[in-house]
Design a protein around this ligand. Sequence first.
Ligand code: ADP
Length: 697
Amino acid sequence: MSTPKNQKPKKGFKFNAYILYGVLLLVLLVFLFVPENKGKKIDWSQAKVMLQKQHVDKMVLHNDRFANIFLKKGAKDDNSYKGKIKKSQSLMATETPDFSFEFEKDFLNLELQKLQKEMQKGQSSYELPIIFDSSTSMFGGFMGTLLMMGIIFFIISLVMRRMGGGAGGGAGGPNIFNIGRSKAQLFDQDKKVKVTFKDVAGLEEAKTEVMEVVDFLQNPKKYTNLGGKIPKGVLLVGPPGTGKTLLAKAVAGEAAVPFFSLSGSDFVEMFVGVGASRVRDLFKQAKEKAPCIIFIDEIDAVGRARGKNLAQGGNDERENTLNQLLSEMDGFGTDSGIILMAATNRPDVLDSALLRPGRFDRQIGVDRPDIKGREHIFKVHLKPLKKLSKDVDSKKLAAQTPGFAGAEIANVCNEAALIAARGNKEKVEMEDFQNAIDRVIGGLEKKNKIISPEEKKIVAYHEAGHAVAGWYLEHADPLLKVSIVPRGLAALGYAQYLPKEQYLYRTEQLQDSMCMTLGGRAAEQIFFKKISTGAQNDLERITKLSYNMIIMYGMNSKVGQVSFNDPTGEYGYHRPYSEKTAELIDNEVRAMIDEAYQRTIDLLTDKKSEVEAVAKELLEKEIIFKDDIERLIGKREYDEVEVIEEVEAEEVSVVEELAVAENEVEVEKEIEPIAENSESDESSETSTEENTEDTED
Ligand code: ADP
């Protein structure tokens, strides 16, 4: 990323640190190669004669290397020196030696001693006019210092540059003064945003809302004439990969105004004050370019609620950055032509000051697409695929990808093309799309993952346990398919469901979903009389669910109608209940899970032959669909609607099974969507991170 200034270079001279380094180096070189202050070159025997004749005013020995001879004034007229002494003297040097010679230290020492004695024979007090000088040259010391300074300066600037721009990809060249500059990427006439609303499929409501923003920018008068105020900020809220960035880009593309794009984390730096300075710089640049749009992706990186939890210690630097952002937003008038757009998937953690009217007055929800939306998104992303087989149907694809976000659909299309290419196919076929969908859900198929037949059997019975338990539970989600093809890092199999779209869950529904999740372990227990680690992921989920049922939703009669939900972190690290209540909660969780497990065991013992039939089919085919199960064990009583054809269901729920404890790819949509926003700060944070991983997988 480079600063906008760099993208639009001014003609003529532009300050550049490289020029500075160049000049420094040149100066050093000049000093290095400046000729030393020397006279005409002679040898020792000639110098000796001069000393014997007492013509020498002084002889300076430099560093045991060479000697300069300065003649007495009167002696210069001597005939023997005619034509040998330069008349004009150097302007720089105050004193130019008349002769110079090089010597070898020990040799000269001996010679001088001999000469001294010889001279003293005639003139006992005579001292040879010899001066010792240990500095190399008049520039020697100065140059050394300069060189050191140069090196230190170079190292400091290198380090600063790394810190300033390294993470973000080099902020505006190697200038150390750029650290406080905004890292926003600018798209304007030179670097156009080519995205338009046509590229954004689905999201009709969101598009209508943001189209108004485009209108604000193009015809502000229309609104201000009537006394209305143009909104300053628009917050796009939604899960990752649903097209928030794309939508903001489309706004810029349609409005044909400059578009500054950056991420919330671009403000964050280890130096105090840098974040705030970057915010100031961003708004300064934006004012110069108004009307324009500033887009801050992942605004929660800076916009998190300030100092709520003193026990955790405030992050002063982040708070300063946020304060600066708030004051800048107050600072620009509604008629300044700057509209701030921001995206987040966690509006719950944002500081309330940021969300109040006058700042981000508008919040636009960008949700996962429904079946129609997915069909449109498929159409958009199928277009760039050049050779498509005729059987590829975006409608069918949309039906098979419930819960997918736009980014995942884009990924499916790309994967399908890659899979087809790997198979050396001429065209991308429907089969490739199917494989791509499986891959996006569960990760790469591990054809050569060595699984012993015994393990394979466990996986099959485990998955069959889930499928059959769900089949006979009234409130369980309808099944889509079951697979025991090993995928990804750790998943050995999975079952995919189509949950109904609902926002409220009754106790019985949650209990049924708990039993279905326990179906895997129960089947292992019933058929093998042994249990395996494969249920780890299931157990984790039901533990979370049962705790939530008791301490969040007040669904336990003994604990009562209480909710200790704390999304704003007000309780800090302190539990709002006593040790005794904690113990009660723990006991009730255990009781609830034990009860559900017993119920599942009873159910599956009753349906043992059905589980066996499904498991055998799975071992044979590896992937089975709802139709196969219907054929084996009869129609499901509770499927009032033909879900697969109907596919109006929004979300997908994939229960990943038999996964080794770590590195789990949890694709399952949380069973309690209301819990997503209401979980405590920390736990909701981790769940969002997991979700992000899923979509990126
Ligand atoms: P977000 O900002 O919500 O995390 P992005 O806007 O970066 O998601 O979306 C990532 C990619 O997913 C886009 O570049 C685009 O290819 C694809 N995508 C997401 N939503 C849509 C959509 N509604 N229509 C077309 N493509 C989409």
